[in-house]
Design a protein. Structure first.
Length: 181
């Protein structure tokens, strides 16, 4: 997105901000949906992201870093939304392909197992997993988006991967035992 448009929005130009918001709306919603696993909560998080972005845009020092900054605002809005709605979770289908183009459904065995495993993760771990594996961001970019140290981002990604693998393994064992009975 044009740095000039960001600078106009920083000076209070609502039309410029609206243009920025429209350009990013689909990506924000897709990411929020993956992190929150609930369309309604994702809509709330995106709305909160846009409100926070408008209110704090003047503090963005480098207009060329708008994308990374907006991603960071979104991730924090998602985490805040998930924490506020901890008891309310609605299942939703995950995409079947990862950022690298690999087929998640084939690799995981069964889409439902992936969805159930994904729901076992905390919002912080879901955010790290989504940014790394669905969007293909580097660990450094994940750390930047989550506003955590590199080691913390590595830890969250590693924990999320292990938790997903364990949950899917248990799910597969349970399903296999259920077929025997």
């Amino acid at each position: 997105m044009s740095a000039q448009l960001v600078r106009l929005a920083q000076r209070g130009d609502r039309d410029a901000f609206e243009t920025l918001a429209e350009a990013w709306l689909d990506r924000l919603y897709a990411t929020a949906t993956l992190i929150l696993h609930d369309r309604t909560l994702a809509e709330d998080a995106v709305q909160e992201t846009l409100i926070r972005a408008w209110r704090s845009l003047s503090r963005l020092r480098d207009a060329n870093r708008f994308e990374a900054w907006l991603r960071k605002v979104l991730v924090h809005a998602c985490i805040d939304t998930a924490r506020a709605e901890r008891h309310r979770r609605t299942e939703q289908e995950l995409p079947t392909t990862l950022a690298d183009g690999s087929d998640l459904e084939a690799a995981a065995g069964e889409r439902d197992a992936v969805a159930r495993a994904f729901l076992t993760l905390s919002p912080d771990h879901r955010a790290a997993f989504v940014l790394r594996h669905y969007h293909g961001h580097s660990v450094a970019a994940v750390a930047d988006a989550l506003h955590v140290r590199l080691g913390t981002a590595k830890s969250r990604i590693h924990y999320a991967e292990r938790a997903m693998a364990r949950a899917m393994e248990v799910d597969t064992r349970w399903a296999t035992q259920g077929d025997v009975a």
